[in-house]
Design a binder for this molecule. Structure first.
Ligand SMILES: Nc1ncnc2c1ncn2[C@@H]1O[C@H](COP(=O)(O)OP(=O)(O)O)[C@@H](O)[C@H]1O
Ligand SMILES: [Mg+2]
Length: 285
């Protein structure tokens, strides 16, 4: 593994600060076990090492931004953490329990939900039934509870008016919301979001940003977002992890990470870095 720049001593594991305050999730020693942890993850496709020894831990109550150029391994990391790909080396732990190589269904039942970069609803099923299916999956046998939970999720995500619509008939914003609704319906403790805001108009991005904030504060779900829209990543994340060529090249508080040379070279560029440090901002990718 290459050198990892860290904005704070402890590489964000014990001393990440936001505006000078210690993150609540790190204050207590009972929270030291991360909800989700990948360690030393390696995944190769033919000659390409999409992941080359990646460590990523998500703790209760936090939002982590995962950024990096196209092809740097972000989606592959999500796929190995959620059982869609088996890592060639390394381990995956969910809440302290080793789950390396387990099936996606087992990992989601353990509390890790994710969205896909290209959404995959059941196109012929209604919005309601798509969400109900996901809710039922995490509550086998409990149709009444699952229905209540699905109704709650639909209301929270403003999908109630679309409940009877076939998923295949939704527009992009609606599909992204449905994708999140399906993930939330599984009552996760950790939610991995893969480019849920890409392709949205600025006002829709703001709504999505607010929604993700609410998912953390109101639902108590920890979130890891992969996103090229830096405005969103900077607004939401307490901690940013930067991938490049399948390796973590930097990690730390947002304002520190955007000023690091290796992040500027690999991803941000000078203009975006300066803008973010000056409080302005620009997007990448
Ligand atoms: N299923 C696959 N088969 C072959 N190569 C893949 C596959 N998935 C990803 N890759 C390759 O792995 C690298 C990382 O891809 P990916 O994880 O999708 O990056 P990101 O999400 O950061 O854009 C890229 O070089 C990509 O072409
Ligand atoms: Mg990707």
């Amino acid at each position: 593994m290459g050198p990892v720049a860290s904005a704070a001593a402890g590489a964000g594991r014990t001393s990440v600060t936001t505006g000078g305050a210690l993150m609540p999730s790190r204050r207590s020693t009972t929270d030291v076990v991360p909800l989700l942890r990948g360690a030393g993850l390696v995944k190769a496709f033919g000659g390409i090492r999409a992941l080359n020894g990646v460590h990523l831990a998500i703790y209760a109550g936090e939002i982590v931004g995962l950024i990096g150029p196209n092809g740097s391994g972000k989606t592959t990391l999500f796929n190995t953490l959620t059982g869609f790909l088996r890592p060639d080396a390394g381990t995956v732990h969910v809440g302290g329990r080793e789950m390396t190589g387990r099936k996606p269904e087992e990992i989601s039942l353990a509390g890790v939900a994710r969205t896909f970069q290209t959404s995959r609803p059941f196109r012929d099923m209604t919005v309601h039934d798509n969400v109900l299916t996901a809710a039922l999956f995490s509550r086998p046998g409990g149709l009444r509870r699952a229905r209540e939970h699905a109704a709650e999720v639909l209301a929270q995500l403003d999908l109630e008016p679309l409940r009877a619509r076939p998923a295949g008939a939704l527009n992009l914003v609606q599909r992204k919301r449905l994708e999140m609704a399906r993930a939330l319906a599984m009552s996760p403790r950790v939610l991995l979001l893969d480019e849920v805001a890409s392709g949205l108009a600025p006002a829709e991005v703001d709504e999505m940003t607010a929604l993700i904030g609410r998912i953390r504060t109101e639902w108590g779900v920890a979130v890891c977002i992969v996103e090229h829209l830096m405005r969103m990543v900077m607004t939401l994340s307490e901690r940013i992890v930067v991938l490049d060529y399948g390796q973590v090249i930097a990690e730390g508080a947002p304002r520190d990470v955007v000023g690091m040379d290796q992040v500027i070279e690999a991803y941000l560029g000078r203009r975006a870095s300066a803008a973010w440090r000056g409080g302005g901002g620009a997007d990448c990718g």
